[in-house]
Design a protein around this ligand. Structure first.
Ligand code: SF4
Ligand code: SF4
Ligand code: SF4
Length: 281
C-alpha cells in the first residue's frame, strides 16, 4: 500500500523469508490514520472454506452460533450446462454513509482514525440496535438470539489489531488470497471501484468501504453439445434411464435447492444459520 509501511517483527528473518504465512502473522504495518479503510474481496478466488469466519470468532472470542461478525454466504444459481456456486464475504463494510449510525440514536458512531463504524456499549440498547439492523442493507449487526433483549454486536474492522499495527485477522487467514485490506483509495486504485456483486443491495445508499471483484460468468471450455450430454447422462442401458425428460435436469424444481439466492437480511437467527452454514462457528 502506498500510504503505509511494513515492519517484520519476527526474530527469525530466515523463517520469515521462507514462510509467507509465518511472515504475514508477524508483520506489522504503520497504518496511516484519518483516512477511510476498507476491504477487497475477490469472488473468483473464494472457496467458501470459512477459515476467515473461524479466525474472526477465535480472535474476538465469540460464541459458536449466530454471533457472526463475519458471514460467508454461498448460494447456487444456473442449471446444466452452466451451474454456478457464488460466494460473498460479509463483515461490516464500514460505510461512508452509515445509515445504521443515523438509526441507532447515539448507540453507534463512526470513529475518525480508520473510518470504522462501531457500537458504543455505554449507549447501546436492544431497541436502538434493532433499529440500526433495520437500516443496514447488509445485515451486518448480529444478535445472539431472537429474544427482544438479545445482545447485539458487529465487526469492529479489527480496530484493536490495527492499533497494534496488525492487519484484520480475517484478511490474514485467507489462504486463497481472496481478501485485502487498506486505505479504500489504495484498494480502488489497485482493484477498481465496484462495490456490488450480483444479488447484493445497491451501494448507492450507504457507500460501503469495499471493493469487489465479480467472478467471471461460467464458460463452457470443452466443446460439447449439451443435448448430447443430456442424452448420455440419462441413458444407462441396460439399467433403467436416470431420467427420460431432460428438462428435469435443466430446470430447478422450487425447493430443490435450499440456497438459490443471496439473503443478507435473515429474519431470525435460525434463518441466518441456514444461509451461512457450512461452519459451526
Ligand atoms: S478464508 Fe478466503 S477462501 Fe475461505 S471463505 Fe474466507 S474469503 Fe473465502
Ligand atoms: S454495513 Fe451496515 S452496519 Fe456496517 S456501516 Fe454499513 S450500514 Fe452500518
Ligand atoms: S475485520 Fe476483524 S472483526 Fe471484522 S470480520 Fe474481519 S476478523 Fe472479524
Amino acid at each position: 500500500m502506498s500510504s503505509s509501511s511494513t515492519t517484520t517483527t519476527s526474530s527469525s528473518s530466515t523463517a520469515a523469508s521462507t514462510s509467507s504465512s509465518a511472515s504475514s502473522l508477524t508483520t506489522t504495518t504503520s497504518f496511516e490514520t484519518g483516512v477511510q479503510y476498507g476491504f477487497f474481496f475477490d469472488q473468483s478466488r473464494c472457496i467458501t472454506c470459512m477459515t476467515c469466519t473461524v479466525a474472526c470468532k477465535t480472535w474476538n472470542q465469540l460464541e459458536p452460533g449466530p454471533t457472526k461478525w463475519l458471514r460467508i454466504y454461498e448460494w447456487e444459481s444456473g442449471t446444466f450446462p452452466t451451474p454456478e456456486i457464488n460466494a460473498l464475504y460479509a463483515p461490516c463494510y464500514h460505510c461512508q454513509n452509515p445509515v445504521c449510525v443515523d438509526a441507532a440514536n447515539g448507540a453507534m458512531f463512526k470513529e475518525p482514525k480508520y473510518g470504522a463504524v462501531l457500537i458504543d456499549p455505554n449507549q447501546a440498547t436492544s431497541a436502538s440496535l434493532r433499529a440500526a439492523w433495520d437500516a443496514c442493507p447488509y445485515g451486518s449487526i448480529v444478535f445472539d438470539s431472537d429474544a427482544p433483549n438479545a445482545n447485539a454486536s458487529k465487526c469492529t474492522m479489527c480496530i484493536d489489531r490495527l492499533e497494534q499495527g496488525l492487519m484484520p485477522i480475517c484478511v490474514l487467514s485467507c489462504q486463497m488470497r481472496a481478501l485485502d485490506f487498506g486505505p479504500l483509495s489504495d484498494l480502488q486504485a489497485k482493484y477498481g471501484t465496484n462495490a456490488q456483486l450480483n444479488g447484493m443491495p445497491s451501494p448507492s445508499t450507504t457507500t460501503p468501504s469495499v471493493v469487489f471483484k465479480q467472478k467471471d460468468a461460467r464458460q463452457q471450455i470443452v466443446t460439447l453439445d449439451p443435448n448430447s450430454v443430456l442424452s448420455l447422462m440419462g441413458n444407462r442401458s441396460p439399467l433403467p434411464a436416470v431420467y427420460t425428460d431432460p428438462s428435469s435436469v435443466t430446470t430447478i424444481t422450487p425447493g430443490l435447492v435450499g440456497r438459490n439466492q443471496l439473503n443478507m437480511k435473515a429474519s431470525s437467527t435460525e434463518e441466518l444459520m441456514d444461509y451461512t452454514s457450512n461452519d459451526d462457528a
